[in-house]
Design a protein around this ligand. Sequence first.
Ligand code: HEM
Length: 394
Amino acid sequence: MYQYPSQELHASPYVFLARLRAEEPVYPVPGREGEYLLTRYDDVITAFRNPEVFSSEFHRITPGARPDGVTSMISSDPPAHKEKRSIASRPFQPGRMKRTEPWVREIADDLIDGFLERGECDFVHDFANPLPIVVTSRILGFVPEDEERLRRYGALEGFGLKYQPPEVQDRMRADGAEMNEFLSGLLADRDAHPREDGLGELVFLQVERDGHFDLAYLAPQAGTLTAGGIVTTAHMIASAMMLLLDHPAQLEEVRADHALIPRMLEESLRLEAPVQWLPRVTKSDVMVSGVEIPAGSLVLLVIASANRDERRFPDPDVFDIRRENAGDHLAFGSGPHTCLGAPLARLEGRVAYEQLFSRLGDLRLVGEQSDLTPVESMLFRAPREVHVAFDMEA
Ligand code: HEM
């Protein structure tokens, strides 16, 4: 039997996951003592919503995953989680998105200008990847020279690191340490010289609350905000394009009616979840679908499988931009840790496709590439490249 996540299943995990949903929805991973996969929608969402039993403090059982001391909100349980998140979420509040929209549109347009005259592009390299880097940079307050490092920080594997070969682990640990140092410098600078950008706001709110600047507390929060919204959003945009090119009739439909873009993006997030799974650690023995999982187990909530659960989504492998309940997907998680960048990601996706559809006509794949070669990752999934040709709209 198979191990997941693994190189072996990396290119096409879905048949295996469907088999687990049907036959062994709580799957003890062979050769990985104390690890379980949950693959059914109801089990995954129940676990997401029950941090009392399914803890996010997974570093407790993963040696070296995170040094002792303050952790990011994403690896914290209530009540510490709430108080970290309340400060960190401020620059990403849904209410702010209206102000953000015009300049996200400008960024999308600038990127399209960069390849428009060529009549074709590698959509991943030329558009999907850079867009969220520039947007994150602008919200948090980085400068254009930082974009190269943001690309590396965005690709940090986080929870998936332990399944990577040792050389990848070493490289990513070094990048993670570099990010921490880099952000610490910027945060300290904003403490000394207040600035009205996202990082400046984090510092302001934390000092206002605690009466003194606390770098050890702020740096991991800033790390999650910096790295959390880059490849995830890029992958959403890239996977949507790949699915549309594979379904030309639906592509035409959504091009003709931009009001369908948000639902198309939800359906794409459902079918190709950028984050394929998330870990939790059981704090007590727990029964799931009739199987007892002992306390102290590492449980992977397999979003990629929950989103294709036939009990929730009829014909789950079919891409249908009119699917009524596409938005029930778990691509942004659920419960207390539900992605705080979801409003921004949805805005970026919508505005990106509005601009692409307004400016590029007759979008088509170059060559035969509907077979997805995924990015190299144990956690994320998206096409590595998508070569597209198009006509310029008048
Ligand atoms: C399509 C794009 C995105 C996807 C698929 C995605 C996915 C997720 C998921 C599944 C979680 C839940 C983690 C958990 O339960 O352990 C999460 C949390 C989080 N995401 Fe996103 N994300 C996206 C975009 C963004 C953006 C644009 C930001 C911007 C800062 C962001 C920042 C965060 C943060 C800070 C958390 C932690 C929240 C917490 O622990 O309370 N994400 N994301």
